[in-house]
Design a protein around this ligand. Structure first.
Ligand code: URA
Length: 303
């Protein structure tokens, strides 16, 4: 049915209103029981490919990832246009992927095959195994200096980062810049990345599955940068990469180590700048952490 110009204007105004209210993805009209659908799909897959005859797919860098909907191992995604796992949908009607072991295995293989940061970025551009890519505007790979001794790892990009394709460029990024400046550094002396390189819709926390899928890429990114000092911005990145369970209050300010290619890299967690924006009194503890980081860069961390 053809819409009249008036109807089109109304639809446009309504969409504008939704966008202005922070809506950035569409859900289906009917609720879907993804637990049940996933179970049925796993059952069908199991019937079609009994485990012994279904080796885990090994993808190489440069090998195009199967499109969402036709994953390695014959996995079928939800019907086209349906909401994604985790309740997200795509405005484009593109069907989504559900994370499973094959996707994580593919992520590991792709990440480990990258011999340089450029190759790793290309792998992520080609990777279709993470739902977040469908709603994000841009891949947020990294900013700063790939040869820096200092590397920061955050959790996931927000709106500004998604628009610019660079990590920590919004308000929390500006605070991070000021904190760097306070110890005599700027982005040319640091490399900055996130555990998850695509913005979760509405800035929600990445799900454990999304984090697991993206983990091999950030691990490889740390290996390729090979910093002397690794700083986790907030508990989430420290928990993901170090496997620790402590909260940030307990963890921050303590030197730990992170293994990179047989070397123990000095690692520390500090408050996330977004938390500091909400709790400015805690800046004094962050200041201590940044002084310790400067000290470590000057004296303690040797290759
Ligand atoms: N928060 C993060 O963890 N990363 C960003 O890039 C921006 C905000």
């Amino acid at each position: 049915m053809q819409q009249t110009p008036d109807e089109l204007r109304h639809i446009e105004a309504l969409l504008d209103f939704y966008a202005g209210s922070g809506v950035d993805c569409f859900l289906g009209d009917e609720p879907a029981d993804w637990f049940e659908l996933t179970r049925q799909q796993a059952e069908q897959r199991h019937k079609a490919h009994p485990p012994a005859s279904q080796p885990v797919s090994r993808l190489q860098a440069g090998t195009p990832m199967p499109q969402a909907g036709v994953l390695a191992g014959g996995y079928q995604a939800p019907p086209s246009g349906a909401p994604m796992a985790g309740g997200q949908g795509t405005a484009s009607g593109q069907s989504a992927v559900l994370p499973d072991r094959e996707v994580i295995a593919a992520a590991r293989d792709m990440a480990s095959s990258a011999a340089s940061l450029d190759e790793l970025r290309a792998c992520l551009e080609a990777f279709e195994g993470c739902n977040l890519k469908l709603t994000a505007k841009k891949l947020v790979f990294a900013d700063g200096n790939p040869s820096a001794k200092l590397m920061f790892v955050g959790e996931a990009p927000g709106r500004d980062e998604d628009l610019q394709g660079k990590p920590f460029v919004g308000r929390s990024g500006q605070l991070l810049d000021r904190m760097l400046e306070a110890i005599g550094l700027d982005r040319s002396a640091a490399y900055i990345a996130n555990v998850v390189p695509w913005r979760p819709p509405g800035n929600r926390t990445p799900t454990p599955q999304e984090t697991e899928i993206c983990k091999p890429f950030i691990k490889r990114q740390v290996e390729l940068v090979n910093p002397d000092v690794l700083v986790f911005l907030g508990a989430a990145s420290a928990k993901t990469l170090l496997g620790v369970q402590d909260g940030i209050r307990k963890m921050r300010g303590r030197w730990m180590t992170y293994p990179v290619g047989g070397r123990d890299v000095a690692a520390i967690a500090t408050y996330h700048p977004a938390y500091l924006l909400r709790s400015p009194l805690e800046k004094r503890l962050s200041w201590r952490d940044f002084l310790a980081i400067r000290q470590k860069l000057q004296t303690g961390a040797e290759r």
